[in-house]
Design a protein around this ligand. Structure first.
Ligand code: HEM
Ligand code: HEM
Length: 174
């Protein structure tokens, strides 16, 4: 019997590592607001946010290379419209997972603030531009809402396949 088509082990590992890193980035930044401005806890949580967010970027670079270098399984049967929506959603997720960390990075660097992955204190040699920094921060914050919506729809679709359609789609990514 032929085994079911799956994403490669590299693609599967990278998918769940990205999910984990996004979860850490989001939880860290959301609980940051419970602590007073200037507190050590706030600074530590912001460092965790940046570390996890920049890890998403690094993992996405590997993921894009892996995606180009390996064969994705053929799409599961579905109407052309459903297939199109799935492809579009995946495309939007790729754009968000690269765009969000880059915008976060720019929001800090263009304002002359340090970047602190893993507790380091790095300064990017970019010309200061407060209004561009502000714009990057605004888009980053609005982008976060889009991340919540698109990831929510994507996860709901995966669970719909698993529990309602029972077409074993989730197993392609496990
Ligand atoms: C996939 C990666 C990332 C996601 C999903 C993400 C998500 C978020 C979210 C949900 C917020 C809070 C938005 C709000 O309060 O309205 C935020 C704020 C922020 N993020 Fe990110 N972020 C990511 C990566 C990064 C990276 C890599 C950096 C910088 C190196 C960064 C810098 C910032 C900054 C400066 C803020 C504003 C914090 C404040 O002043 O309150 N983010 N991000
Ligand atoms: C931050 C969260 C997530 C991101 C950024 C993300 C991103 C992606 C992307 C870009 C793909 C397309 C892979 C490709 O063809 O190159 C994908 C596929 C997939 N994801 Fe996610 N995902 C996330 C969370 C989840 C969750 C929570 C689940 C399960 C509940 C899930 C289940 C799947 C499945 C089953 C596939 C394969 C779909 C297929 O075979 O057509 N993902 N994901």
């Amino acid at each position: 019997m032929q085994s079911e088509p799956k994403y490669s082990l590299t693609m599967r590992s990278l998918h769940w590592l990205v999910v984990l890193a996004v979860l850490i980035a989001v939880v860290a930044i959301e609980i940051m607001d419970f602590f007073p401005k200037g507190s050590a806890e706030r600074a530590a949580l912001f460092m965790v946010h940046q570390t996890a967010g920049l890890s998403v970027l690094a993992l996405m670079v590997l993921r894009l290379l892996a995606r180009v270098g390996t064969q994705a399984p053929p799409p599961v049967p579905g109407t052309p419209l459903v297939q199109l929506v799935a492809r579009l959603t995946h495309g939007v997720l790729y754009v968000l997972m690269v765009g969000m960390p880059v915008l976060g990075l720019l929001a800090l660097a263009l304002a002359g603030k340090p970047i602190q992955p893993f507790g380091l204190n790095l300064t990017l040699a970019l010309a200061l531009d407060k209004s561009l920094a502000h714009l990057a921060k605004e888009i980053h914050e609005s982008g976060a809402t889009v991340v919540y919506i698109v990831v929510g729809l994507h996860a709901a679709a995966a669970l719909w396949h698993e529990f309602i359609l029972k077409d074993r789609l989730l197993r392609r990514m496990i």
